[in-house]
Structures are given as structure tokens and as C-alpha cells.
Design a protein around this ligand. Structure first.
Ligand SMILES: [Zn+2]
Length: 497
């Protein structure tokens, strides 16, 4: 293993080159059973308890495709404007691997379920980007090896590995992007787009920590403005979006250094070393054709008719990119606010329902991302499952916007709605919480406060502005928070002139 520590190249060298990045991403599909047998598709079972003759590749066992997984694929394809060919087929990808009992993997080669497509995504500053997809195809996952000792693998003088076949045969979707990505930031934003879309479609949990999303990145550099691609390396072993970012950045810097020194980039697979913060050479890159793909003779080609595609299309939910653009364009939400809502679909649906009733996106947004989210965090109850209905929130926003109640009272009413449910209007009426903007009524509260606090009156006369704040507080308290605060200040200043 050769490790090359990357040093950050000078800025002019970095500006000279453009990074060209493509992503390959494996996503486990969420289905009840595995891809070609009835074994449960579940994470975390005791080793080798979710297996059968089919996924253990016992002689004579025949695979039967999982219709739900194929439908998930069509959903993913339609979400990203992929073509869904009428005919597709499964192929065998042949290789020896100890955690693959068949010694081949059922995958797709020249006729995948989807072709082409484009992922539209946004960066943290709101810039919209597009990355074309080469294809999304369907295959089966492998089992999992654990190398004993996790370091030298040596127990009592012998080396051994444990194999768990529970994961063998789990439906796996592979998304292959075109090399349209130009930076580590874009790569992570692209992956965020895939993740939030698959979650919204309900086709995967997309949990990197459980291995249901795994990705590799192809990275090469070329002189800015050049049409030809440079030699690429493939980076593996990235186990979080943060490590994807760090690994790509480190590889860009390593390649920049090599090119600046007039050295050659070698086409190879490189592993990401999280602790060291560098990539290291794993092996020179084998050709894709080494796998001797051929159509799986146990599986008939798939025919996807137009009616099926249209049925699936009609049932697609609003996609994250569409929701994001609606929030930014129609409601003028900031990038961060829109992203926060888009990444919490139940909160976004709640927001939409409240806005429908309230017609005041700004007011609803303040409560949803502010006090309501705080109450949800404190209690562990999702906003959408709380006692505050979107309609009650809409009423509260309308009462606040109309200045029937002030913001302090609104916060108190919200807490009462959270605890007891009900209607904001009813609470305000029953408890006489409507804001008092009648000068005579406010004047009465002010006179009482002045009479009770002669020292503050004297302090204010001596130029102490803080005394005014204290008196405003006294008036608000006496009015149980209902007095119009702006009017209170005006009347107080007037009386003490
Ligand atoms: Zn099985």
C-alpha cells in the first residue's frame, strides 16, 4: 500500500485545473423480501438466519424476481427523467468473491431497467445544478465478511474470516452518474439530492451507517477549458457524506500536485483512509469486461408496458426539487429554510396545509421553524403528530397578522394549543387575550403603573432609559400581556414628558 500525503497546492495551481467527477452509488431497496427469494430483507438479524436455498445458491434453486423492487426502480427512474425501456434483462456478472455464494452476481449489463436521466440539485448558496445519469440498474447485494480480530485477523495463530449471508440477495440499485460534477461540494449536494428523493419515494432508508447507501467517486483533472478528460482514479471506502467530501478534496489536491510536478496520474482504485485524511493505492483498475457478463438463463427478460409506467408516474409524490423550487419561488423562503423543510417531509406537508389555510407563508414559517420545532425537539413529538392542527396554527397566524393578539400572547397560546389542542380563536376569546389598543384602556394601566412606581418615574426624568423598559414591563404584566406594546410606550412617554 503506497500512501501519499497530499499537501494543499497553491491557489494558482488549483485555479489552473478543473475537477471532473462522476459518482457511482449503491442503494439497498426497501422491500419486504429479498430480490430473488422470499427471505426477509431486514437489517440486524443474527448471522445466517435470513437465508434459503436460493440466496445460498444451492444446486437446483431458481430465482424469482421481486415485483416491488422492479416498481421501486421505475419510481426512481421516473423521478430523474430516465427512459424506461420496454425490454430489459438480468445478466450474470462473474467473479469469485467469498461473500457471494453463487460466485456470480445477478446484475444488469446492456439492457438495464432505466437509461439516461438527470438529477437536478441545489448548492448551499442556492445555485441550481444538473448532473446527467448514465443509468440506474438493479442487482443483488452480496453477503458480508468480517475479518476476525479486525486488525491482524489472527486468533490462536490462525487467520480466519466470518461470512454472513443475510445480506446476500437484498435488492440493490446502482446509480451511475455522468462525469458532470466539478467539486466536492457539488458531489455532496448531488448525493443529498439522491438521498432525499429516494426517501421521499419511500424506496430506501438510505442509511450510510447501515450500509444501505454506499458510494464511489471517479475523479480526474483537466486544464480549465480543455475538452479531453484526464486520467481518472476511483475512490472507495467512504462511509459518510463528510468523508466523500474530504476524500474528493484530498484526491483533487493529490492529482494537482502530481500534475504540477509533471508526473503522470495512474488509473487505479484508491481507498480513503478516514483517520489519515488521504487516499491510498489499492489496485490498478481492471476493465469492466473482465466480468464475462451474459444473460441469466434462469430469468426471462422483463417487459415493462406503458400502462405500468403511467400508473407509477401518476402516483409519484411531489419531488424534493419541485418542492424546493416552489418554496423559494412562490414563498420566497431562504435556501436554508427551504432545505430544512424539504428534508423533513412530514413538517413540509404540515407547513403546506397551514399555508393553504392561512395564506401567510411568512407567519406560518416563523412558527413552524421557530416555536413549533422547538416544542417538537423538547417533547420528542413530531409537529405533524402534535395537538396543534395546521388549521389551528393558521388561525393563530391570522390573529397575529391582524394584530388581534401580540407576539408574546401568540407564543403563550401556541404552548396551550400544543398541550391541550383546540382552537386559537376560542382560547383568545375565552381568556380575553385580544390585544388592547384602546388608548383609554391602555392609559388606565399606565396611570396605575406610574402611581405604583414613583422611583422609576424619577429615574426616567433623570435620563435613565432603563426605567422606561421597567415601566413598560409593569404595564404588560398588569394587562396580562394584552396591551399593545407600541401604544404602551407612546402613552408612557407622553405622560412623563
Ligand atoms: Zn433466500
Amino acid at each position: 500500500m503506497i500512501s501519499e500525503r497530499s499537501s494543499v497546492p497553491p491557489a494558482d495551481a488549483a485555479a489552473k485545473y478543473e475537477a471532473v467527477i462522476g459518482i457511482e452509488c449503491h442503494v439497498e431497496l426497501k422491500t419486504a423480501s429479498k430480490m430473488f427469494c422470499g427471505c426477509p430483507n431486514a437489517f440486524g438479524g443474527e448471522p445466517n438466519t435470513q437465508v434459503c436455498p436460493v440466496c445460498l445458491a444451492l444446486p437446483g434453486a431458481l430465482p424469482v424476481p421481486n415485483a416491488a423492487a422492479i416498481e421501486h426502480m421505475i419510481r426512481a427512474g421516473l423521478a430523474f427523467d430516465c427512459a424506461i425501456p420496454a425490454f430489459s434483462k438480468f445478466d450474470r456478472k462473474n467473479y469469485f468473491y467469498p461473500d457471494m455464494p453463487k460466485d456470480y452476481q445477478i446484475s444488469q449489463y446492456d439492457m438495464p431497467l432505466t437509461q439516461g436521466g438527470v438529477v437536478r440539485y441545489w448548492l448551499a448558496d442556492g445555485t441550481l445544478r444538473e448532473c446527467r445519469l448514465t443509468r440506474i440498474h438493479l442487482e443483488e447485494d452480496t453477503g458480508k465478511s468480517t475479518h476476525a480480530g479486525s486488525g491482524d485477523g489472527r486468533i490462536a495463530g490462525s487467520t480466519y474470516s466470518l461470512v454472513d449471508f443475510n445480506r446476500a440477495g437484498v435488492p440493490l440499485m446502482e446509480c451511475v452518474s455522468d462525469p458532470d460534477i466539478r467539486s466536492a461540494d457539488e458531489a455532496v449536494a448531488f448525493l443529498d439530492a439522491l438521498k432525499r428523493t429516494f426517501v421521499q419515494l419511500g424506496i430506501s432508508d438510505v442509511k450510510m451507517e447501515e450500509g444501505s447507501l454506499r458510494c464511489d467517486a471517479n475523479v480526474s483533472l483537466r486544464l480549465r477549458g480543455a475538452a479531453e478528460y484526464g486520467t481518472k482514479t476511483e475512490i472507495k471506502n467512504m462511509n459518510s457524506f463528510r468523508s466523500v467530501h474530504r476524500a474528493i478534496q484530498s484526491e483533487i489536491e493529490r492529482q494537482t500536485g502530481l500534475l504540477e510536478r509533471g508526473e503522470r496520474i495512474i488509473q487505479e482504485t484508491r481507498g480513503w483512509d478516514e483517520a489519515g485524511g488521504v487516499t491510498h493505492s489499492m489496485r490498478s483498475k481492471e476493465k469492466a469486461h473482465d466480468y464475462r457478463y451474459f444473460p441469466d438463463p434462469d430469468l426471462v427478460p422483463m417487459e415493462i408496458d406503458a400502462a405500468t409506467v403511467e400508473r407509477v408516474r401518476a402516483a409519484l409524490p411531489e419531488l424534493p426539487i419541485a418542492r424546493y423550487e416552489r418554496y423559494v419561488d412562490a414563498y420566497k423562503l431562504s435556501v436554508a429554510q427551504a432545505t430544512q423543510l424539504v428534508d423533513n417531509a412530514s413538517l413540509a406537508e404540515y407547513f403546506d396545509r397551514a399555508v393553504d389555510s392561512a395564506k401567510s407563508p411568512a407567519g406560518v414559517l416563523n412558527f413552524v421553524l421557530g416555536d413549533l420545532s422547538r416544542l417538537a425537539n423538547e417533547s420528542g413529538i413530531e409537529v405533524a403528530h402534535s395537538k396543534v392542527t395546521p388549521e389551528a396554527l393558521a388561525e393563530l397566524v391570522a390573529l397575529t397578522d391582524a394584530k388581534t393578539i401580540n407576539s408574546k400572547v401568540a407564543k403563550d397560546v401556541l404552548v396551550r394549543l400544543w398541550n391541550d389542542g383546540g382552537s386559537a380563536k376560542a382560547i383568545v376569546q375565552a381568556d380575553g387575550l385580544a390585544q388592547v389598543s384602546d388608548p383609554a384602556a391602555v392609559g388606565a394601566f399606565v396611570d396605575a403603573a406610574l402611581a405604583a412606581n414613583p422611583k422609576s418615574v424619577a429615574d426616567f426624568a433623570a435620563g435613565k432609559e432603563n426605567a422606561l423598559k421597567f415601566l413598560i414591563g409593569q404595564v404588560m404584566k398588569a394587562s396580562r400581556g394584552t396591551a399593545n406594546p407600541a401604544l404602551v410606550e407612546t402613552v408612557l412617554r407622553d405622560r412623563m414628558r
